[in-house]
Ligand binder design. Sequence first.
Ligand SMILES: Cc1ncc(COP(=O)(O)O)c(C=O)c1O
Length: 368
Amino acid sequence: MPKMEHSGAILTIDLGAVCANWLSLRERLSGLAECAGVVKADGYGLGAEKVAAALSGAGCRIFFVAHLDEALGLRAVLPDAEIHVLNGLMPGCAPEYIENRLVPVLNDLGSIDAWREFCVAQDQALPADVHVDTGMSRLGLPPGEVAILADQPHRLEGFTLANLISHLACADEPDHPLNRQQLADYRTALATLPAARRSFANSSGIFLGAEYHFDLARPGVALYGGNPTPGKPNPMTQVIRLQGKILQVRDVDTPLTVGYGATHKVTGPTRVATVAVGYADGFLRSLSSSGYGYIGGVRVPIIGRVSMDLITLDVSSVPHSQSLPGGLIDLIGPDNPVDAVAESAGTIGYEILTSLGRRYHRVYVDGN
Ligand SMILES: Cc1ncc(COP(=O)(O)O)c(C=O)c1O
């Protein structure tokens, strides 16, 4: 990680806010439902090991990642946690799951057979999850394979069925009919398969109501401050702040243009601040002439194209003393949270978070 003085931007990550978000989600769950933490993609870009260690301290004991290597990294810092690998069992990797006490999510009949055969050969009934596809058509057993499994229950013998999981496609749209359809199909699958812990809701799924909670919720984005209830006020606490450093400030006037492609034409005297953040830092190019920064609560628009290492902002509305080289501009923060930046970029908060660059100086704090 670059030193503070060397870096073009400072990314502050509030682990206290991540824990507060997890606790508030857990609070929302009905009955005895447990709350896991989804920390795939390096904890949605914020540092999986730091995030998971903080969550573990707050009481979280079940984690989901996508890749085996993500699970191995997590195991190194969390010797006792339950770690589940959503992308499933990779051929030839079963011994690594076992050595590291990792739980594969089995997404098809072939993986179920492979895990069972491996467990029988080891003479150990090791845990695995089975993912039932109820409407994503992505990972998991389609209804035809669920029916085969229900007819041939011996295929689930020889290992421990830990979780029966499924994943919602439209949980962030509460009125979408697919939510209820998936709920019904999940219930049908549960009724035909042996009993196991049931895990259905992601962040937004938790807000669909108690019937979606089952035994274990799997929130990701809401832990990191993303709004699980789009269109309504965000119930989560913001977690990150990204402050870009001003490298240069110049006064320009017509007939000049700013940046590549000369897309921004100056219409009058303008003060332009050049900040050391670009698309190579995951600051998306679609923010060209559409995103904003903030200086002391004052909005300063991005003008011209986002380039690889730089952006340019119109700081004319800010006193000179607040927009000098070496000063900081809030690119993500209290005034422009992740979801607002995502909207300006024409994407979702998930992409903003998971794109956060490696050249930022990262500061972990516990804001609580
Ligand atoms: C299977 C599964 N469960 C849970 C999650 C967490 O979802 P969210 O970040 O929307 O809470 C994801 C994320 O993509 C997922 O793929």
